[in-house]
Design a protein. Structure first.
Length: 662
């Protein structure tokens, strides 16, 4: 089973009572089914998808929240892969900042997990679009032995020594014998002009020490560096008891970060105490002071025992504690860029000193502009994620952590609120991916047409010149994993492309846009066997459908309705794989026709219609058609609803796609 959390916010006054329910199948549940929310205390719900005995496939459901006379429906998609390994990366993008002719920025890392079955061997490669070989990773291969529980950590470092000022893009690809191979990470390197004062960097900016009174745990290390490339000295101080560190002062060399060793003294701390300490760093170049926040949790001891008490009543009910490792807040603020990566890295513990893991906990970052990031655990209570800001301005971030206590109750915790100042840059930004016919955000399907919305996606606007469709158009290229997508139309804010037939179904797969020498942050998409949608005259996915008489020209619309017993042609997309196979981007043949591999059903006016053909339309890549007989026994009219189903997926029902029948 996999769980995610939903917050219910009260944007008014008083106490808001709400109820929650699910539909779509017994695999979907929510807990609790009711609650209250005040302006200062949101309600938290846990949504759980349990695969159980379900076979591999993509399943759709809905969570409905009702309160104050209003209902909000949240679509839920469950993708079940065939038994195999599945790659999960803790980051989708990484962002570095350096100074030309300066020093080396501090390295970053990401985790590789297996959310499938068995042992998973993996290999990782790094490449850059321009500037030479400035991106390095180590190690480049490894094995994740246990699903969910084991993590391979990969360190990512930057060498900007030969780079002029500018923005550079790279890509890390992780491949394995897994259902969703490969997975990728976009790397963005911003090199500032020579002499720019950037200020020293600290990582991690927060630490957690846990243990029992009288038994001091081992030390932890913090890296301090100066990407500007000048030699800077620092002096330091400490606030809080039971804490020490070395060195107290040192020089930062341009290409060699300094290590600060931090260690607590639990002999000064009492059983059951929780202490917050701070190490302050003052720099000789008058850069802003940097801080390292240190949380110490001394677990209560049971009678006759010196071990941790996992669920002692005195501490298990206390709120979870969250310590930021990155971003490194300066007076609770940090900078971010629309469409680029902001690394989120934090450590979480309960009041007993148990570091929060994936078996019984979850962590989510929420933003005042509506963004949210579900965090991934990489071990030792550390959770990572990538925030890709969707809008510029001042944005507040709050992190929520949840865990289940021994008695089954939910224990939560919230971080301090951090404020981000979000600016803009000429980076390819994918803001939404929609079904080309239904215009809805939905799973993608092999061979189907999709629309990508965003910013800075292409040099100019225009259609492809013909078929086969090109893999590059107007400076734009689209990749699903490492598969290029044929492009129908490319413009700065919109791309129309065909999904390759070879994308792995029933998985989470990544879509990346390359515009010139720049990459977008990868967008995770669900791949289903099919995701049917009917084209409409208004291109909005509802109303009069692109449904024609046998002459293939005249619409079955008011004034020229179809008759009972007449065969109509329904133009659609997303019906999945076909036989004989056709290369994506190539025009389907008239002979032999390519039929869908999965059976297709149609209802017109709620009555099943006989389907004589379902497959690709000759000459048009990604365009499918269904030839169906208008059944008797329906209520005729100018707006008779039409619904198609294939591989367990159904075209949108409300608002309906319609046709006229007399």
């Amino acid at each position: 089973a996999v769980s995610q959390t939903v917050q219910v916010l009260n944007t008014g006054g008083g106490s808001l009572a709400f109820s929650a329910s699910t539909s779509g199948g017994s695999w979907l549940s929510i807990s609790p089914t009711s609650g209250t929310a005040t302006p200062s205390s949101p309600g938290s719900l846990t949504v759980t998808a349990t695969p159980g005995s379900l076979s591999a496939g993509t399943y759709s459901g809905t969570v409905t929240i009702t309160g104050a006379g209003k209902s909000i429906a949240i679509p839920v998609t469950l993708s079940i892969s065939a038994p195999s390994a599945a790659i999960l990366l803790s980051q989708s993008a990484l962002n570095f900042t350096a100074v030309a002719q300066g020093g080396v920025p501090l390295p970053k890392n990401f985790g590789i997990l297996n959310t499938g079955q068995g042992s998973m061997g993996w290999t990782a490669t790094a490449n850059t679009l321009s500037g030479g070989n400035w991106l390095q990773i180590t190690p480049s291969s490894g094995t994740v032995q246990r699903p969910y529980l084991d993590v391979s950590l990969v360190n990512v470092s930057i060498d900007p020594s030969t780079l002029a000022a500018g923005t550079y893009y790279g890509r890390i690809q992780v491949a394995a014998a897994a259902a969703n191979t490969p997975q990728v990470i976009t790397v963005i390197l911003n090199v500032l002009p020579p002499g720019t004062t950037l200020g020293p960097q600290v990582f991690p900016a927060g630490l957690i020490f846990t243990g029992v009174a009288g038994v001091t745990p081992g030390s932890q290390d913090v890296q301090v560096g100066d990407p500007a490339g000048t030699t800077v000295n620092f002096v330091s101080g400490i606030i809080g008891a039971g804490l020490d560190y070395l060195p107290k002062n040192a020089s930062l060399q341009p290409n060699q970060p300094t290590t600060v060793h931090v260690y607590p003294d639990f002999s000064q701390l009492s059983s059951g105490s929780i202490q917050q300490g701070t190490i302050t760093l003052q720099f000789s170049d008058f850069s802003p002071q940097q801080t390292i926040n240190v949380l110490t949790v001394v677990a209560p001891t049971a009678t006759g025992s010196t071990g941790l008490v996992a669920h002692a009543q005195t501490c298990a009910s206390l709120p979870l504690r969250i310590v930021f490792r990155e971003p490194q807040p300066n007076q609770s603020t940090f900078n971010a860029t629309v469409g680029q990566a902001t690394t989120l890295d934090m450590q979480v513990t309960d009041g007993c000193g148990n570091l929060l893991g994936p078996q019984n906990g979850s962590v989510k970052a929420s933003f005042s502009n509506g963004d949210s990031v579900a965090m991934v655990n990489i071990g030792n209570g550390i959770w990572q994620g990538t925030w890709r800001p969707s809008s510029a301005g001042t944005v507040q971030m709050l992190v929520n952590a949840l865990t289940s206590s021994q008695n089954g109750s939910i224990v939560s915790g919230q971080s301090a609120t951090l404020t981000a100042t979000v600016s803009t840059a000429a980076t390819p930004i994918v803001s939404a991916v929609a079904h080309a016919a239904s215009a809805q955000a939905a799973p993608i399907a092999p061979g189907g047409l999709i629309t990508i919305y965003g910013q800075n996606l292409a040099d100019s606007a225009g259609l492809s010149n013909g078929v086969p469709l090109p893999g590059q158009l107007n400076g734009a290229q689209v990749l699903a994993g490492n598969l290029p997508l044929p492009i129908v139309y490319a413009g700065p804010t919109q791309l129309n492309v065909q999904v390759p037939y070879g994308v792995p179904v029933n998985t989470l797969y990544q879509l990346t846009v390359q515009h010139g020498n720049s990459y977008s942050v990868p967008q995770q998409l669900v791949v289903a066997q099919a995701e049917p949608g009917i084209f409409t005259i208004n291109s909005q996915g509802f109303g009069q459908g692109s449904i024609v008489h046998p002459d293939l020209l005249t619409l079955a619309q008011p004034g020229t309705p179809a008759g009972i017993g007449e065969t109509v042609v329904i133009y659609c997309s997303g019906l999945g794989s076909v036989s004989p196979k056709v290369a994506e981007g190539a025009p389907p043949l008239t002979s032999p026709l390519s039929n869908t591999d999965n059976p297709v059903t149609v209802t017109i006016g709620g009555v099943a219609a006989t389907v004589s053909f379902a497959g690709l339309t000759p000459g048009d890549p990604g365009l499918y058609q269904i030839n169906a007989v208008v059944p008797s026994g329906i209520v005729t009219g100018d707006a008779v609803p039409v619904v198609i189903s294939v591989a367990g997926q159904t075209s949108p029902i409300s608002p309906a796609v319609t046709m006229a029948v007399k």
